[in-house]
Design a binder for this molecule. Structure first.
Ligand code: FE2
Length: 419
């Protein structure tokens, strides 16, 4: 297959991308001759870029909002309470969980996602969610790469035997160790829980992704513990701090000191703009905090940040359709990243920055020799991609077309007035 007249994301000029046996075999200027025996798709200057990456979702929770009840306050804590109640009254089978997860993955696939990192709740003695997602991971690998985070939703120490269940999940095959220090009973337990996550990651050779300081409490300072552990163990590029919304409330003097450690530690950040705009600020009257981490300032300090969705219709967030481009648009507004350069580079937040977070190294990207995994947007402009929320014209995986959009045609009839 040859993709002719492709505009490569962030670059000038037009190119032909030649795909052989599922790999990118050549990328050559569009005016050079191409093989006439191959199937040719003329992209007429549309943007080609590597597939979108969902770095943070909870596939075991998706499509469960409203059972047994809706989260009325919209807070993170009522979300955890609803989920805890659901575990007691709704007895799902492994197949039920798999079906929900598959539905969500197909939603994301339609929106150009080919790589997903999902968390799965390990504070469940049956670890049924993990069993389900391990099977899903295997079943979808021809169209989606999935990483699984063992996530102790109700705490490593606040939940009975939370530490043992977490370790069991790693032995069963989870790829990443999670944690939720701000939910533990005390600051001391929270610090200890972070150390436990790192100890397990080190023991089993796993990555770390902590739900960190997802609260509007300016005193919630587990991020410094995560970054210090990562730095001391030399694990920075394998470590992710998700949410870190308390950073939106830290004073500037402390944040200045913190940034030095963050930079030194080389850890990654995941911001979840839609979920946290919804969840945070719920205890404020007015003014209400936006409740996001300092995305703009982290990026300006050359610290890696990517965007994710977190939820699709679960006890923590009632909406969501799997579309990361919408997350980017909302995130740019929420973080006041609407300068021209912010906009034209915004797709980094759901592509290369996500790849770095998932530690995908050189296997990701439009490079000769890599798997031919890519998406084509229905636009020739990075700016218009964000402004107009361009659709995914094609999502291609190993040289096969996974998704093809036939653009809708809107007919406009402007009436002419006659006397
Ligand atoms: Fe989350």
């Amino acid at each position: 297959m040859i993709l002719k007249n492709a505009k490569l994301y962030g670059q000038k000029g037009l190119w032909s991308i030649e795909i052989k046996e599922g790999e990118i075999s050549r990328i050559i200027p569009a005016d050079q001759p191409i093989s006439i025996n191959d199937k040719v798709i003329d992209l007429t200057g549309k943007i080609v870029l590597p597939p979108f990456i969902e770095p943070h979702i909870h596939l075991d929770y998706v499509l469960t909002a409203g059972t047994p009840r809706w989260n009325q306050s919209g807070t993170l804590f009522e979300g955890i309470q609803c989920w805890s109640e659901r575990k007691l009254v709704v007895k799902e089978t492994k197949e039920d969980i798999k079906n929900r997860a598959l539905k969500a993955l197909k939603m994301q696939m339609k929106h150009g996602v080919q790589y997903v990192r999902t968390h799965v709740d390990t504070t469940d003695p049956s670890l049924l969610g993990l069993q389900a997602l391990l099977e899903v991971k295997e079943e979808v690998k021809s169209w989606m790469d999935v990483q699984i985070v063992a996530f102790p939703q109700e705490g490593i120490y606040a939940y009975p035997k939370g530490d043992e269940l977490l370790e069991e999940a790693l032995i069963m095959g989870a790829d990443v160790v999670g944690g939720i220090p701000h939910y533990e009973f005390t600051r001391e337990d929270g610090v200890q829980s972070v150390k436990k996550s790192f100890e397990l990651a080190y023991k089993y050779g796993k990555m770390v992704d902590i739900h960190c300081d997802e609260i509007d409490d300016e005193q919630s300072r587990f991020l410094e513990v995560v970054a210090a552990e990562a730095y001391k163990l030399g694990m920075g590029e394998l470590v992710t701090a998700s949410h870190t919304t308390a950073m939106g409330s830290y004073n500037d003097a402390y944040t200045y000191k913190l940034f030095k450690l963050l930079k030194q530690s080389n850890i990654n950040f995941v911001s979840l703009p839609k979920a946290n705009l919804h969840l945070q600020g719920r205890f404020d009257s007015y003014p209400k905090r936006r409740g996001l981490t300092r995305v703009k300032e982290l990026l300006q300090s050359d610290i890696n940040v990517c965007f994710g969705l977190d939820s699709i219709m679960d006890p923590w967030y009632p909406l969501g359709n799997g579309d990361l481009l919408r997350v980017v648009e909302v995130g740019l507004h929420a973080c006041q990243m609407t300068g021209y350069n912010d906009i034209v580079t915004a797709l980094n937040l759901i592509t290369v920055n996500g790849a770095k977070t998932l530690n995908m190294k050189e296997s990701y990207g439009l490079t000769v020799g890599n798997q031919a995994n890519l998406v084509v947007l229905d636009t020739d402009s990075e700016y218009e991609a964000i402004r107009c929320q361009s659709s995914i014209l094609y999502s291609i995986r190993n040289g096969e077309v996974l998704v093809e959009t036939i653009p809708a045609e809107v007919k406009v009839n402007i009436p002419t007035f006659t006397k």
